[in-house]
Design a protein around this ligand. Structure first.
Ligand code: PAF
Length: 306
């Protein structure tokens, strides 16, 4: 019997949390045995899928899972399938020791860190592709990205079989794609999408922020300012998306180092463009500053007429 399974066999009647000592598991078979044993004991499993390089955004998902579930599994896998050939797969930050410490402190029970060969063997032929919502915005700029994400997330759902899976709102389109996949493929789990965690100046926490040079970092809060401007304008009664987009574009135009990929006012689930702010509309922003792409978003609510 592996260590990981014996952990489950302690009497936990006076403590719902197993995390006295987090276990790191790399074998798919071992984690499957662990989660089967947990499910047999009618415990709720929360899964936080990640690519590592943990920051407060990841930790907020782990802590929420800790509060809501009996067992917290965090997967750590830098997924080659979701990077294009010219993208930053090779330089994607990775520090397993630091990640282990942070996950342990956040109350995680199992860190599932499989090898690339196990998850993406050379003879892999099956993929999961979500059509429409994945083809827009990031899908246009990063062809194949969401097929890579959906394929790996489907595999993690299959392997870990969680009751609840946690994602951040920061990657809004990713959450929409995963929600569609969960519905279409009848995964029997709940998705929890948690608010974006931000730096003091509003920049959304992201593993890629560390690639911003000092000067670029000081400019990067422009995304947050743009989102706040849109929110304020909507609150003041501006519902025309073209005019709102112009206001946002004007903010970016003041910073020559910022290259805008898109400013999109969208329906929250189809991600199709809308011409007027609906009861609920999502504003998606993607820009490039130096070598770094930054994404952010906000959900806007139309003000009721008095
Ligand atoms: O958001 C991420 O870190 C990744 O896209 C995910 C969901 C872990 C899939 O590789």
């Amino acid at each position: 019997m592996t260590n990981s399974i014996s952990v489950l066999e302690r009497d936990s009647s006076d403590s719902p949390c197993y995390n006295e000592e987090m276990k790191t598991i790399s074998s798919i078979l071992s984690i499957q045995k662990v989660v089967t044993a947990i499910r047999d004991k009618k415990r709720r499993i929360g899964l936080v899928p990640t690519m590592g390089a943990f920051h407060e955004g990841h930790l907020s998902l782990m802590r929420k899972a800790r509060r809501e579930c009996d067992i917290v599994v965090v997967s750590l896998f830098v997924n080659p399938l979701q990077f294009g050939p010219t993208e930053d797969f090779k330089r994607y930050p990775c520090d397993l020791m630091a990640d282990r410490k942070m996950a342990q402190a956040a109350g995680v029970d199992f860190l599932f860190a499989p090898t690339a060969e196990a998850i993406v063997p050379p003879d892999l032929e099956t993929s999961v592709s979500v059509d429409k919502v994945a083809s827009r915005w990031e899908g246009t700029i990063r062809p194949g990205h969401f097929r890579g994400v959906a394929t790996i997330v489907a595999k993690l759902f299959q392997i870990v079989n969680p009751h609840v899976a946690y994602f951040g709102q920061k990657d809004y389109q990713q959450t929409v794609v995963i929600r569609k996949m969960v519905r279409d493929l009848h995964f029997n789990l709940k998705l929890r999408i948690l608010p974006t965690v931000r730096e003091k100046d509003g920049l959304a926490k992201s593993s890629r922020n560390k690639f911003l040079l000092k000067k670029e970092r000081s400019v990067a809060s422009i995304l947050y300012r743009a989102l706040q401007q849109a929110k304020q304008s909507v609150q003041e009664g501006e519902h025309d998306c073209q005019r709102l987009a112009q206001q946002v574009a004007l903010i970016f135009s003041a910073e020559p180092s910022v290259q805008v990929d898109y400013i999109a006012f969208c329906h929250p689930t189809t991600l199709g463009l809308v011409s007027r702010v609906l009861r609920k509309t999502v504003l998606l922003l993607a820009v490039r500053i130096g070598s770094v792409r930054l994404l952010d978003n906000i959900i806007l609510h139309r003000q009721r007429a008095l």
